[in-house]
Design a protein around this ligand. Structure first.
Ligand SMILES: C[S@@+](CC[C@H](N)C(=O)[O-])C[C@H]1O[C@@H](n2cnc3c(N)ncnc32)[C@H](O)[C@@H]1O
Length: 500
């Protein structure tokens, strides 16, 4: 995902942001600040930079930052919401009232397109100009990219996302016609852009479930919550607001030094979205934000990216009908990112592999996470190992092939030489052929010489995400397979030594 507008656009955007009161000045200097046309709202705590391995354009620490320090303040008047847009546009406000069945996210998507339609006439023009031009969220996946996910659940989730977007677009078209938006803004493609902008960039506000656009505040890239538990404090570098993640907070403090609570009152100029450093940062480090707890598929669905090291990644396991897991919610039955079974999966399996008439007497042990016996544990591990083996065997490509395919895709993104590519193509010939067909690409020789067409360049990024997703899925199953094998070996050896 690339931000639009180029360097010049970013400069204009930061000037605009400064003039509307956005600032990264430390709290103790805020009262002394006199906004000037030439100063940038950034530079005192944060700076914009490219972080190629973690989200592209993002915000870095302009100096060493202390834990809990206020590092960015965006006044309420600078937040773009359906409400603030309607206040400035009577036609928009009147028309929206005639469509009470549209959801808050549909309304914000329409409001965004209506603002884009005004081009330079929009008060938000400098902000709109630097928004990304395209997104890789699941709703924009073509059939080829969807099938590249390989796993049924992921394919269904993508098909659902595409049809939901289409339905929401159809419902919103009459309103957009009434608003006389430019024809190109009425298309499904524009809708995908607008709804993905809402999905991937809005921050929570208490008065609108669609959230708000928060200029500059929406430049923070993402770190998964949970990373802090097994890495140093440098990596645990996301932000918090005064309450939970991304809660709007008052900029002022009451006399006891506690932050005031969160209600936003119209007309109260003190109200602002405040970002506080969640841990210490060294100068130059990227400052990251925890948007929430997401599996890779959810990250793809809402934000159009995934993390290779995502501690919240899960491989959900479907149990056969005859296995009774009714005591556990379905979404608690999974293999964790490190290949180990979840608490619920392990407990459910421990009960499943013993005869039904014995279950009642040991149920309390299983539900409290205790091993029932070495034999029982070995049976559980054998069941799970078989499950992983079957799931892996069902998929059309192996871990090794996917690894090679990713190398091929990365090469294709960087103008490869034809010899290089020809050598690699034998690995996954069929899938590569379908990619060329689905993007109406020329022959391989021409692609190597002239580069990929625009259509192919857009598609290859999503294809890469699909292959990365399925590879991670397979790696987790494979790790679980090994974990089960090691546990069986260990328990069997223990049993043998007891017999001796
Ligand atoms: C709120 S925006 C963050 C700023 C964004 N990079 C930009 O240039 O405007 C969220 C988007 O940034 C990208 N992003 C954020 N964190 C990321 C990460 N850790 N890895 C890859 N992409 C990330 C995703 O495209 C996501 O939809």
């Amino acid at each position: 995902m690339e931000g639009g507008g180029g360097e010049e656009g970013v400069g204009k955007f930061l000037n605009w942001a400064t003039n509307i009161g956005i600032t990264d000045a430390p709290l103790d200097t805020l009262d002394l600040e006199v906004p000037s046309l030439s100063s940038s709202c950034l530079g005192k705590s944060l700076f914009i930079s490219e972080f190629p391995d973690a989200g592209g354009r993002g915000l870095g620490a302009a100096r060493d930052l202390r834990k809990h320090e206020l590092i960015l303040r965006v006044p309420k008047s600078a937040l773009m919401t359906s409400e603030s847009l309607m206040l400035k546009d009577q036609k928009l406000s009147m028309s929206i009232k005639r469509y009470p069945n549209l959801s808050s996210t549909q309304i914000l998507s329409v409001c965004l397109l209506a603002e884009v339609s005004k081009a330079k006439g929009s008060w938000w023009y400098p902000y709109l100009k630097q928004l990304p031009r395209q997104y890789e969220t699941l709703s924009s996946f073509s059939n080829f990219e969807t099938q590249a996910l390989q796993v049924d659940d992921a394919i269904w989730a993508t098909e659902r996302a595409v049809s939901k977007a289409e339905m929401q677009w159809k419902e919103a078209v009459p309103l957009m016609r009434e608003l006389e938006l430019r024809p190109q803004l009425l298309t499904f493609r524009s809708w995908l852009w607008s709804s993905a902008t809402v999905s991937s960039r809005t921050l929570h506000v208490p008065w609108d479930s669609a959230g708000c656009f928060c200029p500059v505040g929406d430049l923070f890239n993402y770190a998964a919550p949970g990373m802090e538990s097994f890495s140093s404090e440098e990596i645990a570098s996301w932000m918090q607001t005064s309450t939970l993640d991304l809660e709007i907070s008052s900029s002022s403090k009451n006399t006891s030094g506690e932050e005031l609570d969160v209600e936003c009152i119209d007309g109260d100029s003190q109200r602002a979205y405040c970002f506080y450093a969640r841990s210490r940062y060294r100068k130059g480090e990227q400052v990251l934000l925890g948007y929430g707890t997401y599996t890779n598929l959810k990250l793809l669905e809402h934000y159009g990216f995934l993390l290779n090291a995502n501690t919240n990644e899960k491989v959900f396991i479907q149990m056969e009908q005859k296995v009774n897991i009714s005591s556990w919610p379905k979404d608690s039955i999974y293999i964790q990112h490190d290949g180990k079974p979840s608490f619920a999966l392990l407990s459910a399996l421990r009960l499943c592999v013993i005869p039904p008439n014995h279950r009642k007497s040991v149920g309390h042990l299983a539900y409290s996470g205790k091993q029932l016996s070495a034999e029982n544990e070995i049976s559980v591990m054998k069941w799970l190992r078989k499950k992983c083996e079957v799931l892996l065997a069902k998929l059309p490509s192996s871990i090794e092939t996917d690894g090679l395919l990713l190398t091929f895709i990365e090469k294709m993104q960087n103008r490869p030489s034809i010899c290089e590519v020809k050598k690699m193509i034998t690995t996954c010939e069929v899938e590569i052929e379908i990619f060329f067909e689905s993007t109406n690409s020329e022959t391989l020789g021409e692609v190597c010489e002239l580069g990929l067409s625009n259509k192919a360049r857009r598609s290859i990024e999503r294809w890469k995400l699909a292959v990365q997703w399925r590879l991670r899925y397979k790696q987790i199953l494979s790790q679980c397979f090994s974990f089960c094998g090691e546990t069986i070996y260990f328990l069997s050896a223990q049993q043998d030594s007891c017999v001796l």
